[in-house]
Design a protein around this ligand. Structure first.
Ligand SMILES: Nc1ncnc2c1ncn2[C@@H]1O[C@H](COP(=O)(O)OP(=O)(O)OP(=O)(O)O)[C@@H](O)[C@H]1O
Ligand SMILES: Nc1nc2c(ncn2[C@@H]2O[C@H](COP(=O)(O)O)[C@@H](O)[C@H]2O)c(=O)[nH]1
Length: 205
């Protein structure tokens, strides 16, 4: 069985990664969503195991020590990480998995999975980014300022990604991401078909 695609969706806080992923989920695509672990406190309405696995710092450090995370990063005072086992199992069973993670973590994933598909979600402008993160109403103004400064640093790392998608309008951003995934599947299938054809001729010879 062919391994599934690993899709990494990054971009600054408030750009709309979660909204885009929720929309893709509603469209009932075959994508599997990886649920991250974090030491951040749950926001109102967030559910354990659906939005995050909420951990104490000690529990998170234990996951690091057990090598239970595919990647992790410290972001604006909290740890965030991707549980390794689930992602590996899903990929091995041929399923496509999407990670919604910040940039430091994405670059670590790229070292381990250079064949992954790395998509950077951009806001239409920095002003709109600030409006979105403020409008969400989940962070205080200090945290918003910190996240905005990190956002500028993160955008400087866009060159390490395979695709940039502007989240101007949710439907079109989702459509572009779905097209990228379809194109990556075609590319992988063409590569494997070419390789199989080559193997068949060399076996005959
Ligand atoms: N295309 C869009 N147009 C207008 N508003 C949007 C759009 N995409 C997302 N938003 C709004 O922007 C806010 C931030 O979105 P969201 O929480 O999905 O961002 P995020 O990138 O997942 O943030 P974080 O990284 O902090 O989790 C939300 O209030 C959401 O409704
Ligand atoms: N490196 C990782 N980053 C992650 C992971 N899960 C989420 N995130 C990113 O953290 C920030 C902040 O998230 P928030 O929910 O507190 O707003 C955001 O950019 C997320 O994408 C992860 O497993 N690893």
């Amino acid at each position: 069985m062919n391994r599934g695609l690993l899709i990494v969706l990054s971009g600054p806080s408030g750009v709309g990664k979660g909204t885009v992923c929720a929309q893709l989920r509603q469209k009932k695509t075959d994508l599997i969503y990886s649920v991250s672990a974090t030491t951040r406190a749950p926001r109102q309405g967030e559910v354990e195991g659906i939005n995050y696995f909420f951990k104490s710092r000690e529990q998170f450090q234990d996951m690091i020590a057990r090598d239970a995370l595919l990647e992790y990063a410290e972001y604006v005072g909290n740890y965030y990480g991707t549980p390794r086992d689930f992602v590996e199992r899903m990929l091995d069973s041929g399923k496509d998995v999407i990670l919604e993670i910040e940039v430091q973590g994405a670059l670590k994933v790229k070292e381990k999975f250079p064949e992954g598909v790395f998509i950077f979600l951009l806001p239409p402008s920095l002003d709109i980014l600030k409006q979105r993160i403020t409008g969400r109403g989940t962070e205080n103004s200090d945290v918003i300022d910190n996240r905005m400064s990190v956002a500028v640093e993160e955008m400087n790392l866009i060159r390490y990604y395979d695709y940039a998608v502007v989240n101007d309008e949710i439907e079109s951003a989702c459509h572009r991401i779905q097209s990228i995934i379809t194109a990556e599947h075609c590319r992988k299938e063409r590569f494997l078909a070419g390789f199989d054809a080559f193997k068949a001729t060399t076996e005959k010879a």
